[in-house]
Design a protein around this ligand. Structure first.
Ligand SMILES: Nc1nc2c(c(=O)[nH]1)N[C@H]1C(S)=C(S)[C@@H](COP(=O)(O)OP(=O)(O)OC[C@H]3O[C@@H](n4cnc5c(=O)[nH]c(N)nc54)[C@H](O)[C@@H]3O)O[C@H]1N2
Ligand SMILES: Nc1nc2c(c(=O)[nH]1)N[C@H]1C(S)=C(S)[C@@H](COP(=O)(O)OP(=O)(O)OC[C@H]3O[C@@H](n4cnc5c(=O)[nH]c(N)nc54)[C@H](O)[C@@H]3O)O[C@H]1N2
Ligand code: SF4
Ligand SMILES: [Mo]
Length: 907
């Protein structure tokens, strides 16, 4: 019998980052999903990073929100779609009637498909008649959008990915590309392998994994990028590295920008001092930039998420304009987008200050175009509330209903405890999500179930303006519906016409038509033009190949695509010219002080996605970094009385959290780094958003996520411990816990403040093992305060618990390996009692290569025993690093460390 399911393979697009890799998903006969990279997709050409490779582990229905629910005094209860949507529509109608359309709001997400996003925007701006729709892209891309608009007149990312391979120098600013955009990073590395003279520069206060393979790292002092790039502009002008023809014919404003830059950035020595970069390193960067025509400056959240974010973006663009490094292959300022559809959101005008199809809210002619096209009863005439202002207006009672879609603001907003206060106060909170339990859903009055990745259909646009199809390969679970459909059903209930779409294809068609509708009114045509994709029928839409915009049809019907913008040096401002923007330097909004002497920097880790509602389901992805941590310089740790491996409480003027102290080796003195991923679902108190300063950039409204003054102190506990359990636990009684997904079990890291008198009784109660006849192995050393117990059912390990006053606990990797065994051996039982593996090599150490599950100990032993010297040798020996390559920078670091340590031992 032929059990092959290859004929079921569906080509779709990854659910995660803005690289937008093509994925081929094949449902298997055993119910699992095989995931491989799509060789035909131009973004990744068959490669996938570890998150993409693990997509199959995240599509299960555990924890899914499957039915509409309403909250009443007794909690949530399941209701019909009709009842749920009536509740929302009645609520909105009453609030609008009494308080006007600005008393309601949508808060949406760059993880919506373009079709969903389009309908949300049309609903608010054209029918409700308010621009109170903002998106989590405010927290992400809004500074880049504002910077591009100021410079070019339209939000246009001029490059394509191929340019990264054509460049002679790639400058990565505030971007941990190796971890956050792994496939782009690998494309850059591959290019460098074949052209070693290609230079990679990283500008980041931390020495990140991205730095491991860079030629030059500028550990810029957080928040000082404007000084750095103003200094570069000043230097380029001074040495005559200027393209006078380009500047003269195609730009405005150089003199003013230079004058501003020269105020405090004309002396490289002074810039070096402010930016805390050694002068020779700074000069090497300046000289290389001047000498290299084909230069790309790619930037991400270290630039955007700042109270000077928009100025940082323009300071970078200025340096490209002065030498005409734009519009040609291999050069330009490149904003790397975060979410899978950050760009689609920009196309439909998802931000509160934008109109659809790259048109402007504040232009009457644009409003007229959009309203005419929509034939809508209203058109929002003034910008709506930006994310931070929106939640403040909710708390102040000005906005009385909010509908949150595909984002988790209780975790991801700055001053996240303020979001809680706002949601508690809000009259009507609606949340559309794919998961039942999220920190935000806990405050919703109405929960609406959406289709998730693998079930829904539509398009996303990646960082290089490439539109790709996400295609369904799984049946719709429960009563979940596509987001565009939920919004359309709601709109119809509100009595609005214009929402009877036949399907995602119908929405896409309308979006594509609007982009071409009276595109050239007034002045320069808008570059955002997808009119070439208008009129696709269902089959053509289903078969749509990844396509970049602008895309138009020639007179003979051929598709005409532009991979790069500004080839002819025509920009989108009315005069066709680009603008230099004068960017005056200013320090981050809140300075450190006696009470809060350290700067908190926040960001991502390699194997988790945002608030972990999806990646948190994968045991493969949990292996790399299991718990939240606070990375701190060893000298600062000493100064503040915290120790590596122990828990610390970090607090700011806004809130507090607890995480484990680590010395990652890449953090400068005076700052700490904490990842953003842990929520109330995965840990008792590791929500870093609660600490973050809600100050925003004055132009873009983007919060300063990378620069909050904090202090750190010991989090005192009496005991440490952990549990591995096949059943889920509730640990409210424990002072600090983190839940980590394992294979066939959940792991809980614990720390307690209580004094345990009766270990056995306490452990049995916590694990719920009341039966005294249960197969229960136990060891207790009262005086040392050490306790361990194992609950065995049918010779398989069911649960285990280990407690100690110190951090001297057995290897979790070893214990995890026992959970996949059908039967425990005698040697395993002995090991469990003595608290360590009896067999050599059983403890593989923390996972480095998630794809092949290779641990650090295994890699270190192989390096010593087999005398391995290079990453390819490690890969040949252990496979580690041979699939997605995301761990290559870490293997390289381990190689260096292990060989240095071995050498020291030999001497
Ligand atoms: N693994 C993983 N990948 C992701 C995501 C994820 O959750 N997990 N999320 C996606 C999303 S939505 C986004 S927006 C992107 C974000 O991608 P990145 O922007 O690459 O990621 P971050 O870790 O937020 O921050 C980048 C770096 O900015 C540095 N930085 C902090 N302050 C400054 C500064 O003042 N100047 C400079 N030059 N650098 C500074 C930080 O030290 C950090 O290393 O990642 C996308 N990809
Ligand atoms: N401290 C700090 N905070 C940050 C950042 C930082 O660097 N530091 N970065 C910011 C950035 S750049 C970003 S992009 C945000 C991200 O922050 P969020 O958007 O809040 O994070 P996610 O976990 O991606 O939330 C997505 C939600 O949508 C749900 N979901 C998934 N698919 C679907 C779907 O198809 N339909 C619907 N309706 N729901 C779905 C998920 O279950 C999840 O609850 O975080 C921001 N917050
Ligand atoms: S780089 Fe990784 S997370 Fe990003 S789209 Fe590609 S496979 Fe997905
Ligand atoms: Mo983002």
């Amino acid at each position: 019998m032929n059990l092959s399911t290859d004929h079921l393979a569906v080509r779709t697009t990854c659910a995660y980052c803005g690289v937008g890799c093509g994925v081929q998903a094949t449902p298997k006969a055993d119910g699992t999903i095989a995931i491989v990279g799509d060789k035909l997709h131009p973004a990744n050409k068959g490669r996938l990073c570890v998150k993409g490779s693990a997509l199959g582990e995240t599509v299960g229905l555990e924890g899914r929100l499957l039915y509409p629910q309403l909250r009443d005094a007794d909690g949530l209860r399941r209701v019909s779609w009709d009842a749920a949507l009536d509740k929302v529509a009645d609520g909105w109608r009453a609030i609008i009637a009494e308080h006007g359309p600005d008393a309601v709001a949508l808060y949406v997400s760059g993880q919506l498909l373009t079709e969903d996003y389009y309908v949300a925007n049309k609903l608010m701006k054209g029918y409700v008649g308010s621009a109170n729709i903002d998106t989590n892209s405010r927290l992400c891309m809004s500074s880049a959008v504002a910077g591009y608009k100021r410079a070019f007149g339209e939000d246009l990312v001029p490059l394509c990915y191929d340019d990264l391979e054509l460049a002679d120098m790639v400058v990565l600013v505030g971007s941990n590309t190796a971890w956050c955009h792994p496939i782009l990073f690998q494309r850059i590395l591959k290019a460098k392998e074949s052209r070693p003279e290609m230079k990679i520069v990283v500008i980041d206060p931390r020495r990140t994994a991205t730095c491991e393979l860079a030629d030059l790292h500028l550990p810029v002092k957080a928040g000082t990028d404007v000084w750095l790039f103003n200094g570069l502009l000043s230097y380029l002008a001074r040495i005559g590295a200027v393209d006078p023809a380009f500047v003269g014919h195609h730009t405005n404003g150089l003199d003013a920008a230079l004058e501003t830059a020269n105020i405090d950035c004309s002396d490289p020595a002074a810039v070096a001092k402010i930016c805390r970069i050694e002068l020779p390193v700074l000069m090497e960067f300046y000289e290389s930039f001047a000498a290299t025509r084909k230069t790309i400056t790619a930037f991400s959240m270290g630039v955007n998420q700042s109270s000077a974010g928009t100025d940082k973006v323009n300071a970078i663009i200025n340096c490209h304009l002065i030498g005409g490094r734009i519009g040609k292959p291999g050069m330009g300022p490149f904003s790397i987008t975060g979410q899978p559809n950050a760009m689609g959101g920009r196309e439909v005008g998802g931000l509160a200050n934008m109109l659809a199809a790259h048109m402007d809210l504040d232009r009457a002619d644009h409003r007229e175009v959009v309203q005419t096209f929509w034939d809508s009863p209203a058109i929002a005439a003034k910008p709506g509330l930006k994310a931070v202002d929106l939640f403040q207006a909710i708390e102040a009672g000005k906005v009385k209903a909010v509908w949150v879609i595909a984002t988790n603001p209780m975790v991801s907003m700055p001053d996240a405890d303020q979001v809680r206060r706002a949601l508690e106060k809000c009259e009507l909170v609606v949340a559309t999500d794919i998961m039942q339990n999220t920190d935000t859903n806990a405050y919703a009055d109405v929960l609406l179930p959406a289709l998730g990745w693998g079930e829904k259909d539509g398009t996303v646009t990646n960082s290089e303006r490439r539109v790709s199809r996400q295609r369904a390969f799984l049946p719709a679970p429960g009563e979940a519906l596509p987001d565009w459909k939920i919004l359309s059903l709601f709109a119809q209930r509100m009595g609005f016409g214009g929402f009877d779409f036949c399907g995602a294809q119908g929405v896409f068609d309308e979006h594509a038509r609007l982009s071409g509708f009276r595109n050239a009114i007034g002045d320069v045509p808008r570059a955002f033009d997808m009119s070439g994709l208008a009129g696709l029928n269902q089959r053509e839409y289903d078969e749509l190949e990844p396509t970049q915009w602008p895309v138009r049809r020639t007179a003979s019907g051929e598709l005409q695509v532009e991979a790069r913008l500004f080839k002819d040096n025509v920009f989108a401002h009315a005069d066709g010219k680009a603008r230099f923007i004068a960017t005056a330097t200013r320090a981050p909004a809140n300075a450190i002080c006696e009470d809060f002497p350290l700067t908190l920097n926040t960001g991502r880790v390699r194997d988790q996605w945002h608030t972990m509602t999806r990646t948190g389901k994968s045991a493969t992805l949990a292996d790399h970094i299991a718990e939240s941590f606070v990375d701190i310089h060893p000298q600062d740790a000493l100064l503040h009385g915290v120790r590596e491996g122990e828990l610390a409480r970090v607090s700011s003027a806004w809130g507090a959290m607890v995480a484990r102290v680590q010395h990652g080796g890449g953090i400068p003195r005076g700052s700490v780094f904490i990842p953003i991923h842990w929520s109330g679902q995965t840990s008792s108190d590791a929500r870093v958003g609660a600490l973050v300063n809600p100050v925003v950039d004055p132009v873009s409204g983007e919060p300063e996520f990378k620069h909050t003054p904090v202090r750190i102190e010991q989090f005192r506990v009496n005991w440490h411990g952990f549990i591995l359990s096949r059943t889920e636990m509730s640990l409210d009684s424990v002072a600090h816990w983190t839940r980590i997904q394992g294979r066939e079990f959940a792991r809980y890291e614990l720390a307690g403040r209580n004094t345990i008198k009766d270990f056995g009784g306490w452990a049995r109660e916590l694990l719920g093992v009341a039966d005294l006849d249960a197969d229960w192995l136990e060891y207790e050393d009262r005086t040392a305060g050490v306790y361990r117990a194992v609950h065995v059912v049918n010779d398989r390990i069911e649960q285990c618990i280990f407690l100690s006053p110190r951090q001297d606990m057995p290897s979790r990797a070893w214990l995890a390996s026992l959970f996949v065994k059908q039967e425990l051996s005698e040697i395993d039982r002995v090991g469990l009692l003595v608290g360590m593996p009896v067999e050599k090599g059983a403890d593989t150490g923390p996972t480095v290569c998630s794809c092949f599950g290779v641990g650090r100990n295994t890699i270190c032993s192989a390096i010593i025993e087999k005398d391995l010297k290079t990453v390819p040798e490690v890969t040949a020996c252990l496979k580690a690093g041979g699939n997605c390559g995301s761990c290559v920078p870490e293997i390289k670091k381990i190689l260096v460390q292990t060989r240095v340590e071995a050498e020291e031992e030999r001497l």
